[in-house]
Design a protein around this ligand. Structure first.
Ligand SMILES: NC(=O)c1ccc[n+]([C@@H]2O[C@H](COP(=O)([O-])OP(=O)(O)OC[C@H]3O[C@@H](n4cnc5c(N)ncnc54)[C@H](OP(=O)(O)O)[C@@H]3O)[C@@H](O)[C@H]2O)c1
Length: 267
């Protein structure tokens, strides 16, 4: 039996990608195999994802030419040691583990094609932002395969490996900033007299709508902000207050610290 794509690790991220691939008709369930650490996870993978599961990591690499490494970063070397003997130049290995560089993986992957991908948690609702990088050029046919895999769970951008810390700050960690923003907006809604659940729904839908407007129109965020602010109106009062309190500077400075931490962790 052979498969089109295999995952080593069957947790949250692998599960989201498998669901995206199957839901988007990129691969069917019987074309996918997943390996996990604990035997009790085998049944979960089979029932929740409907794909084959194994406890033997090398079986994944033996039976599929595309291998996605979806274990926690501290397991990556152990996993690479296990699959290294069966990897060939026909393999495509994609790691989603944070902080493990292409160079660190190359000694194990040999002539296999190698990519890093950095998805984020909205993968769970098919709205991920994934950055991908490799030593291969963007127009390499393999890059298209990687692009298509991650397009099944959202949007994809090509970056250089040196840009990965910036990408972590901009989209890896940013769901947390957005949740903080919505929590604060909900608190403000409650302060101003709205029921909390309603205030959270309003906050979430507004940020979702604003994000969609920006992506679909391609307009500059400043131009879209200007469209909402009428002279002497309510919105410009809030915008002026946010500026006064250093809103944009707080975001920029926090993201710089996030990227610095990412660099520190991978060195
Ligand atoms: N979650 C995110 O937002 C996010 C975003 C970007 C990148 N990532 C990266 O994605 C990777 C996976 O994250 P996750 O959130 O999906 O983790 P997770 O939910 O904890 O899942 C980890 C999976 O790895 C399996 N595993 C552990 N050791 C293994 C081994 N030696 N061989 C085979 N399988 C093994 C576990 O098996 P059991 O099920 O049997 O325990 C589990 O299925 C991490 O490297 C993380 O940095 C995550």
């Amino acid at each position: 039996m052979s498969y089109s794509i295999g995952f080593i690790g069957g947790g949250n991220m692998a599960g989201a990608i498998v669901k995206g691939l199957v839901g988007g008709n990129i691969y069917s369930e019987n074309e996918i195999i997943v390996s996990v650490l604990r035997s009790e996870s085998l049944e979960r993978i089979k029932t929740e994802l409907g794909v084959d599961a194994t406890l033997v990591n090398s079986e994944v690499a033996e039976k599929s030419k595309i291998v996605i490494l979806a274990v926690k970063p501290h397991f990556i070397v152990k996993v690479l040691e296990e699959i290294s003997p069966v990897l060939t130049e026909d393999h495509l290995v994609i790691s989603i583990a944070a902080g493990i560089t292409l160079d660190q993986m190359k000694s194990y992957t040999g002539k296999a094609k190698l990519f890093r991908a950095m998805p984020n948690t909205p993968a769970a609702v098919n709205a991920a932002m994934t950055s991908i990088c490799s030593d291969l050029p963007q127009n390499d046919p393999v890059a298209k395969i990687v692009y298509d895999i991650f397009s099944a769970i959202g949007r994809v951008e090509f970056i250089t490996e040196a840009q990965i810390h910036a990408a972590i700050a901009v989209h890896g960690s940013s769901p947390a900033y957005a949740f903080m923003m919505m929590e604060a907006m909900g608190d403000a809604g409650v302060l101003l007299g709205l029921p909390r659940d309603q205030a959270y729904r309003m906050a979430a839908q507004s940020l979702y709508g604003a994000a969609l407007m920006m992506l679909e129109s391609g307009k500059h965020p400043g131009a879209l902000k200007d469209q909402v602010t009428s002279p002497g109106g309510t919105t410009i009062v809030a915008v002026a207050s946010l500026e006064e309190q250093g809103f944009r500077n707080a975001v920029i400075d926090s993201m710089r610290k996030c990227a610095d931490k990412s660099k520190e962790m991978s060195s």
